[in-house]
Design a protein around this ligand. Structure first.
Ligand code: UD1
Length: 367
């Protein structure tokens, strides 16, 4: 099977595409892949790291207000469609999968115009602009939440979940602990603010550093995001007593192993993160980003909260004190942790990547 993958900007769009690629490879070891992304997105680094050939198109997002930039964006889109057609004619894929973000617009559109079967995957409850546009042209749309079905044409839309859920099931807790250098007697609290880090979470964590040593049976793994790492490291160097039960990393490339070893997650409520924690049943404290379209992270997070799988702290109420208090209560209440774990697991969809690959195979057979 020859597969073109596209999607990008943030990890939340890229990792699902890579998870599908890995599931295709498991089922079809001879499969060949090409990823078409943007040179400016995280995909330019993450895709070559996953040993998948990468080519790029130039694209930017539409602004919601009328502006000269939008004229440029439309011009770029037209050029990117023509570049995509050239790449697709050369690679000759059997199927194209787009996982959201601006860049998948021209690629999936070009594929549809060339008569190549296409599947679009939506990670969030409320779909992004690009996927909404593409749903008119795509052969199939796969969604992660039942609530999203209503946003897309019913005849071609299926509920699969997010393929990262399948991917994290292959994680290994022991490998995660070894990588982090944390022994099994400690509970791991993993803190990260999505794929790029989050300033508000960084500030709250810095202000609770002094108290971390009181939680002696816990090890804190704090992933700052690449852009914040230097600044955070400098702040920590200035502190007198940085506790021994804190590790600070800029980015984690083996998240399935690290998550498998995690006792509690503290983080943003990006769709892939939530698919991962629910597949593994990791209780979480979620601080949804208020800076996203339609406040969609809070909608993602409240779903978990209603089911009893997570506690939500809205960003305006986040502080070192509020985070420390929530964490301490959860770490010290084993019965509540168990309950949250069960609720979290009940929401997980660990078969997602397998279902998506079945959809791709059906599209290829129908070609
Ligand atoms: C600010 C913003 O626009 N965020 C959006 C972005 O999120 P963003 O990319 O931040 O968030 P997601 O939670 O969806 O995905 C993050 C992914 O990166 C991985 N990871 C993260 C840190 C790290 O060090 N290593 C690592 O591998 C996580 O395990 C996860 O697979 O896309 C998501 C999916 O459309 C949306 O739901 C989010 O609202």
């Amino acid at each position: 099977m020859r597969v073109v993958l596209t999607g990008g900007g943030t990890g939340g769009h890229i990792y699902p595409a890579l998870a599908v690629a890995r599931e295709v490879s498991r089922q079809h070891p001879q499969a060949a892949f090409l990823y078409i992304g943007s040179k400016h997105g995280l995909e330019a680094g993450l895709v070559p790291r996953a040993d998948i050939p990468f080519q790029s198109v130039e694209i930017s997002g539409l602004k919601r207000k009328l502006s000269l930039d939008n004229v440029k964006t439309i011009w770029k889109f037209i050029r990117a469609v023509s570049d995509s057609k050239r790449m697709l004619r050369e690679f000759k894929p059997d199927v194209v999968i787009g996982t959201g973000g601006y860049v998948c617009g021209p690629v999936v559109y070009a594929a549809a115009k060339l008569g190549i079967p296409t599947l679009v995957h939506e990670q969030n409850v409320v779909p992004g602009l690009t996927n909404k546009f593409l749903s008119r042209y795509a052969s199939k749309v796969a969604v992660s939440f039942a609530e999203s079905l209503a946003f897309f044409p019913s005849a071609k839309t299926v509920l699969t979940g997010n393929p990262r859920a399948t991917e994290v099931m292959h994680g290994n807790a022991e490998a995660g602990r070894r990588f982090l250098g944390v022994d099994p007697s400690k509970k791991i609290v993993l803190i990260f603010g999505g794929s790029r880090g989050a300033r508000a979470i960084n500030e709250a964590v810095l202000s609770m550093v002094d108290h971390m040593s009181t939680l002696t049976d816990t090890h804190f793994v704090y992933v700052t995001g690449d852009v914040h790492y230097e600044k955070i490291s400098a702040s920590l160097r200035e502190m007198e007593n940085v506790p021994g039960n804190l590790s600070v990393l800029s980015f984690v490339h083996n998240m399935p192993d690290v998550l498998a070893a995690t006792h509690v997650l503290v983080g943003r409520a990006g769709a892939s993160t939530l698919a991962e924690v629910t597949a593994l049943g990791v209780p979480s404290i979620l601080i949804p980003s208020p800076y996203v379209t339609n406040n969609h992270q809070e909608k993602n997070a409240r779903g978990l909260e209603r089911a009893g799988a997570a506690q939500v702290i809205v960003e305006r109420e986040l502080s070192g004190d509020s985070l420390l208090q929530s964490l301490t209560e959860l770490l010290q209440d084993q019965a509540r942790w168990e309950q949250m774990r069960k609720s979290s697991l009940s929401l997980g969809m660990p078969q997602a990547a397998t279902d998506i690959v079945a959809q791709l195979s059906a599209l290829v057979r129908k070609k």
